[in-house]
Design a protein around this ligand. Sequence first.
Ligand code: BGC
Length: 379
Amino acid sequence: MYKAISKTLAAVIIAIVVIAIVAGVVVYMYYLTPRAPTKLVFVVIGKSVHPYWSVVEAGVKKAGQELGVEAIFWVPTKEDVPAQLSTMDSYIAQKVAGIAIAPSDPGAATPYINKGLQQGIPVITIDTDAPQSNRLVYLGTGNYKAGWLAGLVAWQLAKEKGYIKPGATIKIAMLTGSLTAMNSLERMAGFRDAIMNCSVKDPDIKGNINIVWLGPYNDQEDPVQAYNLALSALQAHPDLTIAFGVYAYDGPAWAKALKAAGFPPGKVILVEFDVTSDNVPPLVEGYAQVTVGQRQYFMGYYGVKLLYNMTKYGVEQALKQFIPGYPNNRIYDTGVDLVSTKHMEFTAPTGEKIVVLSLDEYKALAQKLGIDPSLLGLS
Ligand code: BGC
């Protein structure tokens, strides 16, 4: 019996010794193995899958690389407010170091933006704003002004084409991907105001013109839906004068529908938004006359850099350094350029001098700004 007890005792002692050795080795290795410090994580939430957003993503990744942080970029397939917000919520729960969001619905996004901030996460908006929220800053295009410029160019080109004459009727259709996102609403408002202003201020017209507004047709950032809407608009209105593509894929959708419906290039004045691999071919083929090029690369690049600086130097200091006129001003305008196949200059009836860059000029500008032209479909 004693033998049995001493055997069990020996086994227990051996087991304890073995466990102690293993534990010792584990603790030893834990302290001796060099471990990478945990990386800061920044998140950028876009609005849909499109080459436009791939350019934003390239900016996000570049900033992440330069700063040695993890920069995550996420978009839903098409406009999807619940998906955007649940994604944001899960990153808030993960306590990431900063979030930039392009809210498809600013009203719905406001509680999430404010929640992130309450939990100490810096939150900014890019591409499209949510000014009623407490977002720290909006970093993106001045969309009303950009839509206004699109309207001035549309007026000029329609006039050159002979469509704008005293007593004429012109039909204008707008195709967009959102009736809630501010960038869409502001672009359309700017566009409409520019046309209305031109109609009154143009000395050849002085208000003597009948303008028929069609749409806005809402495709919810779905290119197939955009094409179908454009095609049915053209079938219902073969006398369309001006088509406005409010979002990046809307111009190409108009162009594809114009082609399918048998319109010769240039019959309808088409103004697009953005310079991407999707938007350049309609210009080159002559279905689109002008596009409003945004600088979305910087929305991603500066978005991550600004959030990083907030974690490093504090929110106030970072904003003071980056935003001219802060705290009265909380908007950083990334700027736009008008682009066409050829260089154009004109004075609009509103008195503004307008310059439209050729594709080559724009390519050179992109290079100068540090944006790889191949990202923009300009090789
Ligand atoms: C807009 C984005 C939109 C994109 C769609 C751009 O013009 O700024 O908000 O998601 O088009 O492709």
